[in-house]
Design a binder for this molecule. Sequence first.
Ligand code: NAI
Length: 318
Amino acid sequence: MKVGWYDFQEWEREEVEQCEFDVETYSESLSKHNFGKDHDVITVFASSKVDREVLDEVRPDVVCTRSTGFDHIDLEACEELGIEVYNVPHYGSNAVAEQAFALLLALSRKIPSAVKRTQQEFSHEGLEGFELDGKKFGVIGTGDIGRKAIKMAKGFEMDVIACDPYGDDELEEELRFMYVSMSDLLRQSDIISLHVPLTSSTRHLLDAPEFDQMENTVIINTARGEIINSEALLEALEKGKVKAAGLDVLEAEDKMEKIKQAHEDTCQEYDINCKLINRDDVFVTPHNAFNTIEAKQRILETTFRNIRERPEENRVNM
Ligand code: NAI
């Protein structure tokens, strides 16, 4: 079986070279400027744009994304062209929920400033934080990652509320949290953590009307950048509706490559993402939540299985 392996990274080399498939690797993402032919299977990471134009050229039988999210794949085009699509569910619930708390604790205890300070002088002046104990933690999306975040929040003795159109009553009882409406969650939460997939109905799920219902709220987003309207977030930070934000994902992450060398001033004008990155009350990490030794091993194992067995439970289109 011929496999086109896009977004190839060095840590994947040993296992990819030893696998049973005939693999051609590309360190760049799949795009209309970068694609190979005659591949039965193509496998990509979330940075590849698997759109109709590319699919028309490549015409694989199967697309396997090495991610949980599949918003970068045109499922309608795959359906029409008879292409099966598989993802890697479940691999990252620990990794992503832990990253959500890493961002939250970094904000609540001003860890980056504290580390920088200690390199200059041993003083805690201006580094006062806040405790998580007793705070209201609002979880949007109680799937794999959301429920892991709920368990962690319970460990910090937080009061957890959640919303999900497919709420799970047994889970609610087992983990001792409460499902509430979206607007109650927005109004009551001290901290909101997003754990929903990016779909047409979750794009800009948090926009100006949602931020207006908040008061001094901390936002954590490890899901997808486009779930938040970044301009509205910036305004909410200015107005104090949002106190701080921890973001592992940004809108239009593909643009970030182009501005990595940009001077800070140019950067400020150029892109909303830079305005967020350069604020003291926003911590941004580079879509890094999945990036643990354990999660990456699970990604590779499941991807090889998806290519080999095409298991029904990992198929995202019918
Ligand atoms: P999942 O499919 O197990 O859970 C998603 C939950 O969101 C479901 O329970 C669903 O009913 C709920 N949901 C859908 N629309 C909603 C809405 N409008 N309001 C409230 N709830 C809604 O997915 P999982 O594994 O928890 O992953 C969530 C997302 O995390 C992925 O789709 C992916 O985009 C992101 N992710 C990010 C990573 C990173 O490195 N930053 C790594 C892995 C996943």
